[in-house]
Every structure is written in C-alpha cells, then in structure tokens.
Design a binder for this molecule. Structure first.
Ligand code: HEM
Length: 401
C-alpha cells in the first residue's frame, strides 16, 4: 500500500524538489496532481525505462481515455482528449502505431534531417539579424519560438503567416486554459488543418515531405483525412512546443552557470554534444504522455493495479542520483547519454534528430553573435508555464550584448 500524496499547487514552479522527495520514498508514488487527477508518478530512472516499455501498459486513448474522468476529483477540470487529434501515433499501440510511425520515420532520419541544416542556419541567421546589442527582449518570442515553428511549418507546407495563431492554439491546448478556451483552440486548429490537408490532397503531388505523406508512401499506404489531420497536429505541436523550451531552458541554465557558459564560448565545438546535457538537466517534456495499466504492473517492488494512469516523469528520471552524479549540476562536458528526455522504447521521439540539429544551430549562432548576453530579470521572478506536460518558461527576458 502506498499513501496518496497531494502535489503542491506550485508544483510546476519547482518540480525538482517534489521529485526528489517522491524519488526518495519509492520508485513510483500515487499522487494527486494540482488539478485533481490521481495518477501513479514514476520518478526513478530504472523504473521509468521499465514503465515506458512494459507490455502491461497501453497508450490507446480510445480504450483508456475514460480513466481521466474516473481518477479525477473534479472531472470538470480534466483535460479531454480532442477527438479530432486523437488518431495519432502517440495515442496508439501496435499495430496501428507501427503503421503510422513507419510513414514518417524515413523523413526524420539523422541523414535526411542533416540536409535541412543550411535552411535552419538561414532561418536562425535571419532572426538574429533583426536583433541588436543592448536590446532587451523575450528570447523565447524573438528567437527560440520562431526558429522551430518556421522549420516545421515549412516541412508541412503551412504558410508562415499562420504561425502566431498556432502558438496561441497550441499554448491553450497544452497548458491549462479554461475548458471553453481549449475547445475554441481545438476547433480553430482542426478547421485550419482540415483546410490545409484538403488543399494539399487536391493539388498536384510534389516532392515536399507533407505532400508525399498526403498522397501515398512508397509501399502505397495512405492516411485517411482524420489520420492526416492528427499527424499534422502532432508534428506541429511536438515540433515546436518542445524545441523552443529546450533552447529557453538551456539559455537560462547557462546564464545561471557562467563558468559553463564560458566553456561553450571558448569551445563552441562542444555545443552539439552538450545538447544531451541540456536535455538531461532541464528537458522540455516533464511527464511522458498518457499511459495506463491494462494489467497490474510491478515497478521496483510496488504494484500498480490495472486501470490506473501511469505518468513517467522524464525530468525526474534524468535527475536520479543513482544514474547521474551531481544530477542537479550543469556540466556541459559530461556524457549525459542514456537520458530519457526523448522518451524510450517504441514511442521514442521521431523528431530527435531535428531537435538536436535545431538546438545546435540555435546555440551556435546565439553565442557567437551575443556572447555576453545576460538575464534581464531576477531569476526568482521567472514564471514557468502552468503545464505538467511541458517544462518551459512563459518568457525569458535577456539583455543582448
Ligand atoms: C527538444 C525537442 C523534443 C523533445 C524533448 C521531444 C520529446 C518527445 C518525447 C518524450 C516523446 C515520447 C512521449 C511518450 O512516450 O509519451 C516524443 C514523441 C514524439 N515526438 Fe518529440 N520531442 C522533441 C522534438 C520533436 C520534434 C522536432 C518533432 C517533429 C518534428 C517531434 C515529433 C515527435 C513525434 C511524432 C512523437 C511520437 C512518436 C511515437 O509515438 O512513436 N518531436 N517526443
């Protein structure tokens, strides 16, 4: 038997202290999230990997989505799965998951993604050219957000004029907007994506990534309209909500650790490898997405019964002292390989090569052009987004120099 722990209301402001307490108590704890959802939260590294791959676990929201209401103390507050977007690989088990994933993996291999490097460099350079020494800016707004959203919109063939709409919709879908806001955002996004998918389907096929996906893949498999909308939604949201915060969290960590910033300024060739340490220390995905137990699962001696929601904190696992020495310390020279910031097992992030490339380009250009940038706010005034899924700041005010 474990006791139910209520997570504090300000959990998102400092999740690490909460994770340290839970991890010391056991590999997995039954907790009530700030808005009333009861889940089993995994905080240790070894058990996180087991939970992400165990055959007793399912991600099928059609079969398990109702558990959100079952385990909530306030079903009105529960985040519903938007039916229009649910038919995506993140919400499915094999064989459906295997089929959908196979259609996109080819486009995201490290080799294919490397071909995008010149364009990503060009976008980053354009954004940086608009900034000046002495400017005080929200780095998320002027740099960390527009870079990945431009890249993913180009891959999906979506006009760049729509990117601010996407930011707003996706923010409302992933953070805690009111149920009305969430519904409105989902409706607007669905209508836009429906139009987009239809237009591409009616146009002559071309060799862009999304046109190829809409028309057919090499084996002749084709996605139906609902699957295409869900796929575009997943790629758009996963493709920018995460990378923007990886860049933001990394810049904040560097500004709080000037010795580490100096290392990267002196040796910029370390930047690509340091990506893994930034992902480990303050990855942008706190808990992995929805999972539930189809059957009882033993995790490090604790039995999670069937029919429970299982949340795996990737952020907590990556700071497990049993796995990483001085886990709370940024060390850009350490080998952080093996972190679970991109997940683990069959749902391991499809976009990892693209995220790594974007991060490398972003940090290299930012530190080369503004090596003396500083934080333009007291660290304790920075506010983290009200989301248990995404670990990222609302704004990151910096002074450029
Ligand atoms: C720093 C950036 C990123 C991080 C930390 C990240 C993290 C993750 C994680 C943790 C998962 C697995 C979630 C789970 O098992 O519950 C995942 C899945 C996924 N990610 Fe990413 N991601 C990033 C960037 C991207 C990008 C740029 C794309 C696409 C362009 C992308 C597309 C996907 C897709 C399609 C999945 C679903 C894979 C599946 O279900 O098989 N991600 N990501």
């Amino acid at each position: 038997m474990t006791t139910l722990t209520q997570l504090p209301d300000d959990y998102v402001q400092n999740p690490h202290a909460v994770h340290d307490m839970l991890r010391a108590e056991g590999p997995v704890r039954e907790v009530r999230m700030p808005r009333g959802l009861k889940v089993w939260l995994v905080t240790r590294y070894d058990e996180a990997k087991i939970a992400l791959t165990a055959p007793e676990i399912s991600k099928n929201v059609v079969e398990g989505g109702h558990l959100m209401a079952v385990h909530s103390s306030d079903p009105e507050q529960v985040r519903r799965f938007e039916p229009t977007f649910s038919a995506n690989m993140l919400n499915l088990d094999p064989p459906d998951h295997t089929r959908l994933r196979k259609l996109v993996t080819k486009a995201f291999t490290a080799r294919r993604v490397e071909l995008l490097r010149p364009r990503v460099q060009e976008i980053a350079a354009e954004l940086i050219s608009k900034l000046n020494d002495g400017d005080e800016v929200d780095l998320l707004d002027v740099f960390a957000f527009p870079l990945p959203i431009t890249v993913i919109c180009e891959l999906l063939g979506i006009p760049i004029d729509n990117r601010d709409d996407f930011r707003e919709w996706s923010n409302q879908l992933l953070s805690f907007g009111t149920p009305e806001q969430v519904k409105a955002a989902a409706g607007s996004m669905a209508a836009f994506l429906f139009q987009h998918v239809t237009a591409i389907a009616e146009a002559e096929p071309n060799d862009t990534f999304f046109s190829a996906l809409v028309h057919a893949d090499e084996s002749g498999d084709r996605l139906n309209t609902e699957e295409l909308i869900s796929m575009a939604f997943l790629l758009l949201v996963a493709g920018h909500e995460t990378t923007v915060n990886l860049i933001g969290n990394a810049v904040l960590s560097l500004l709080q650790n000037p010795d580490q910033l100096q290392v990267l300024k002196d040796r910029p060739e370390l930047i690509p490898a340091s990506t893994e340490e930034f992902l480990r220390l303050e990855g942008p995905v706190n808990v992995a997405t929805f999972r539930y137990t189809k059957e009882a699962l033993d995790l490090g001696g604790v039995t999670v019964p069937a029919g429970e929601i299982l949340m795996v904190s990737l952020v907590a696992a990556n700071r497990d002292p049993e796995r990483y020495e001085n886990p709370d310390q940024l060390d850009v020279t350490r080998s952080a390989q093996g972190h679970v910031a991109f997940g683990h097992g069959i749902h391991f992030c499809v976009g990892a090569p693209l995220a790594r490339l974007e991060f490398d380009v972003a940090m290299t250009q930012l530190l080369a052009r503004f090596p003396n940038l500083t934080l333009a706010a007291e660290p304790e005034t920075l506010v983290w987004r009200d989301s248990t899924l995404i670990r990222g700041l609302h704004t990151l005010p910096v002074r450029l120099a």
